[in-house]
Design a protein around this ligand. Structure first.
Ligand SMILES: [Zn+2]
Length: 236
């Protein structure tokens, strides 16, 4: 593979690029099964690309990483090195050191903070693999969270409501490109004025995001009484 040699300082399992290189080198075609298989201790559930760092289990990566950082081709040298910039990924032991697990790459997966905090600390590789395989994707977790929050704010989950939100967020159902851009811009402005955007990257947390979306749709007259779970009056 071109450009796959890592400088010595990146060849330790303490370094993310080196761990990813280990997984890539052990992802091989199995002639008898006619498919690609990982020869590693654990098979990552979601393993996207050398140049696209993401959680091995849920596939999470932050938007800011795409916007500001270094997708494949932008990192000089080995394409694995981009993983070292992925500060949202944590090195996680499969078998914990307290139970005799080693520090070698084969005993380590790269997980987001949420998956790392939930991972089973067990000697059983079989059960670790089951936990890995059954993990929901970051997108599915996000949808579940939004649905739960909608209920918390008195709205029932429905296809019609989803379409209202998609109209605001992506311009779905609006023909003119100009009008599509206008509604997205208007929502962004409303969000900046009505909820706190946190952190260095100015992102609304999930609760603030949902609340601002509902408020905006109410203000624009996009929501009807039928969208509400409890059919209560909207009072502001
Ligand atoms: Zn994750």
């Amino acid at each position: 593979m071109k450009n796959s040699t890592l400088p010595r300082k990146y060849s330790s399992p303490k370094v993310k690029s080196s761990i990813v290189k280990h997984y890539y080198e052990n992802w091989v075609y199995d002639e008898s099964l006619k498919k690609y298989m990982f020869r590693t201790k654990i098979t990552p559930k979601r393993f996207v690309d050398i140049g696209e760092p993401a959680c091995f289990r849920c596939g999470y990566y932050p938007q800011r990483f795409i916007k500001h950082d270094y997708i494949e081709g932008k990192t000089k040298g080995s394409p694995y090195l981009v993983w070292n910039k992925a500060d949202f990924l944590e090195r996680c032991h499969i078998i914990p050191s307290g139970l005799g697990g080693g520090g070698e790459s084969d005993n380590i997966v790269l997980l987001c903070h949420r998956c790392h905090s939930e991972n089973p600390n067990t000697k059983s590789v079989k059960h670790y693999q089951r936990w890995m395989d059954r993990g929901k994707s970051d997108y599915e977790i996000g949808v579940d969270q939004i649905n739960q929050l909608l209920e918390d704010y008195g709205y029932g989950v429905s296809e019609d409501l989803a379409n209202v939100f998609l109209k605001v967020l992506s311009g779905v159902g609006i023909k003119s490109k100009k009008k599509k851009d206008a509604i997205k811009r208007k929502f962004k402005k409303f969000q900046m004025e009505n909820v706190i955007m946190c952190g260095a990257h100015k992102e609304a947390n999930m609760n603030s995001f949902v609340v601002s979306l509902i408020q905006f749709c109410e203000k624009e007259g996009l929501l009807t009484k039928e969208h509400q779970a409890d059919q209560a009056q909207i009072k502001e």
